[in-house]
Design a binder for this molecule. Sequence first.
Ligand code: CP3
Length: 347
Amino acid sequence: MKSLFIRALSKEPVERPPVWMMRQAGRYMKEYRDLKEKHSFLELCKTPELALEVTMQPIRFLDPDAAILFADILLPGEAMGFELDFAPGPKILNPVQNRSDLQALKRVDPHTSLDYVFKAIMLIKSELASHYQGEQAKAVIGFAGAPWTMACYFTEQGPIKLFQGTQVKAADDPQTMHLFLERLTDVIGDYLLGQIESGADAVQLFDTWAGNLSVEEYREFALPYTQKIIQLVQKTGCPTILYVNGSSHLLEQMKQSGADCLSVDWRTDLHAAETLVGEKTALQGNYNPANLFGSVDSVRERTRKMLASLKRRTAYVANLGHGIFQTTPPENARVFVDTVKEGWINR
Ligand code: CP3
């Protein structure tokens, strides 16, 4: 039987919206901080048993409808030859400066250099299957960074300020930027196929920083690469979710990506978005993570307001509009999930 999450993405009838939270595993949870005392972030990502444990921590605490693999969008970059440091914000020690840096990048076979991710997915899949069946089944979400957002991290010298440096490079030498985006597209496509083979039930492409682009720039530097990856993934039948932060001006173009579901933030009006994208495209979002602070009552009320803004009764996944803050009271995160589970709310 398909999980509630997959049924909603497939636009099949659902009794309530499915729910999960971006960055549901991480530093707002004590169990995560305890593990971080003993292991570095990269160790957690690269040890499948530890990645399984961190993935499961919010499942046990929040009981959401999907588990997102514990990993990071920058890991495939390491396989390409970038040196990563998380302190805890990401820093790339050898960003791409020119065309010869591109030539020095390694060819990536994800089945060797990113095998730890695939092993983690297999473990997560079997752990979930042994605990949650039938109506309770939970989906496993695989993910990757979209080419533009990956290029942002891997071309910046820092300090990172809205990735202006990447935009300057794109304007200055678009050909080199396109060559880099093509390389990233190939790596990300293979990487996602590997995740799907390992058991991911859906995949989310994070194009966090594409919201900095104008419509025209998005069409040039983001959309064609995102489209290519989505087409590749869709051949497997696996549903795709496309997340862009600050994307109110890009919804029309994001829809052209062909993604099954568009994940939007709180600056986008959900009802306006559902009108614009139509019934065939699912939506995900869009609770402001800053509004997980404050009283339990205010979280409940704002969550209900989010649900009440929707007309549709499927093709929607409740989520935050961006990752949960590390100082969020864990209880409030649970109130968010529990409130969604109470069901649809009439407008
Ligand atoms: O959602 C989940 O629970 C799954 C795990 C996950 C992480 N990063 C763990 C992580 C996912 C899906 C990501 C995606 C990711 N990583 C994105 C796209 C989503 C977004 O938030 O926009 C981006 C841009 C990154 C790059 C990245 N990695 C950043 C900006 C940071 C610093 C974040 C911070 O809170 O300081 C990281 C590190 C990182 N990735 C942490 C975690 C739990 C914190 C590392 C630590 O514990 O010290």
